[in-house]
Write a protein of this length. Structure first.
Length: 254
C-alpha cells in the first residue's frame, strides 16, 4: 500500500529524517516509534505532502504504482491518504457534525457553483453526506453530542472526532499521530479496540505513531523505530521490544 523509499528530510542544518525506508502492506497496522524529536511526525508530513522530501520517494497504491512524492496535500487526500494530528486540529467553534461534514466535503463531487445554486444533485449529495456523517458519529460514539461545539468535548472525544473526520474523506490509508496522547488507561484500551474495529469495517491500512508501549505492542504487526532521524530497528513487537538498540535509545536501559 505504501513504500517510503530512502527518504531524507532536511531543515537547514537539521536532518529530521535520514534515509528512512519502510513498507506497509494492505490491511496491516504498522507502528512508528522513537524518542521525542526522532523524526516521526516529519515522516507523516512528508507522506501527506506538508513537505517535499529532500531526497527519496513515496510510492502508494496496491501495486505501489502511484508516485506521490512532492504532491500537494489535497491531491494526496483525494488519492485516499488521510491523517490525524499530534496536536488535535478541529474547527473548535463548529459543531461536532460540521467537523465531520468538512471531512466529507473534501470528496463531494459537486462544485461550488452547483452548491450555491442548490442544484438537485447537490442536495442529494448533502442528504447523503448528512446520513454518512451521522453514521460515522454513531460509530465513534459521538452522535448524541452532534450539536455541541467541538471545543466543549473532553479530550478523548475530540480525538475520536478527529478520526471520524478523517474517515469522512474515505481513506484507504489512515495515518494516526499519537492518537492515545493524553488518554487515561481505559480510554487508551477503548481506542485500541476502536482502531481494530474501524480497520476491519472500512478496509483500512493504518500507520500510527504512539508512545503508549502497550498500545503499540498490542495492536501493530510490524514496528519501525526511529532515533535521531535514523531507523535503528524494525520487526514484530517482540523483536523490537527485545532489541538492545531500542532499549537503549527509547525504553531506557533497565
Ligand atoms: N518545519 C521544521 N523546521 C525545522 N525543523 C523541524 C521542522 N519540523 C521538524 N523539525 C525538526 O525535526 C526533528 C524531528 O521532529 P519531529 O518529526 O516532530 O519529531 P517527533 O515527531 O519524532 O517527535 C526535530 O529536531 C524538529 O525540531
Ligand atoms: Mg511528533
Amino acid at each position: 500500500m505504501l513504500k517510503i523509499d530512502d527518504v531524507t528530510m532536511q531543515f537547514g542544518g537539521v536532518v529530521a529524517v535520514n534515509g528512512f525506508t519502510a513498507q506497509i502492506d494492505e490491511g496491516q497496522i504498522v507502528g512508528l516509534i522513537g524518542p521525542n524529536g526522532a523524526g516521526k511526525t516529519t515522516v507523516f508530513n512528508v507522506i501527506t505532502g506538508v513537505y517535499s522530501p529532500t531526497k527519496g520517494r513515496i510510492l502508494y497504491g496496491p501495486d505501489l504504482n502511484e508516485d506521490i512524492t512532492g504532491k500537494r496535500s489535497d491531491q494526496i487526500t483525494n488519492l485516499g491518504i488521510c491523517r490525524t494530528f499530534q496536536n488535535i486540529r478541529l474547527f473548535k467553534e463548529l459543531s461536532v457534525m460540521d467537523n465531520v461534514f468538512i471531512g466529507n466535503h473534501l470528496r463531494l463531487k459537486s462544485g461550488l457553483l452547483s452548491s450555491l445554486l442548490r442544484l438537485p444533485h447537490y442536495r442529494k449529495e448533502e442528504a447523503e453526506a448528512y446520513e454518512k456523517a451521522s453514521y460515522l458519529l454513531k460509530k465513534v460514539g459521538l452522535y448524541e453530542e452532534r450539536e455541541e461545539k467541538a471545543y466543549s468535548l473532553p479530550y478523548g472525544m475530540q480525538r475520536r472526532l478527529e478520526i471520524a473526520r478523517a474517515l469522512a474523506t474515505e481513506p484507504k490509508l489512515l495515518l494516526l499521530d499519537e492518537p492515545a496522547a493524553g488518554m487515561n488507561p481505559q480510554e487508551t484500551q477503548d481506542l485500541m479496540e476502536f482502531i481494530v474495529e474501524i480497520k476491519d469495517e472500512f478496509n483500512l491500512t493504518i500507520f500510527l505513531i504512539e508512545h503508549h508501549m502497550d498500545f503499540v505492542m498490542g495492536i501493530c504487526e510490524h514496528i519501525y523505530v526511529l532515533d535521531h532521524g535514523m531507523m535503528i530497528s524494525q520487526g514484530n513487537p517482540s523483536q523490537v521490544q527485545t532489541d538492545q538498540r531500542v532499549i537503549e535509545a527509547y525504553l531506557g536501559v533497565e
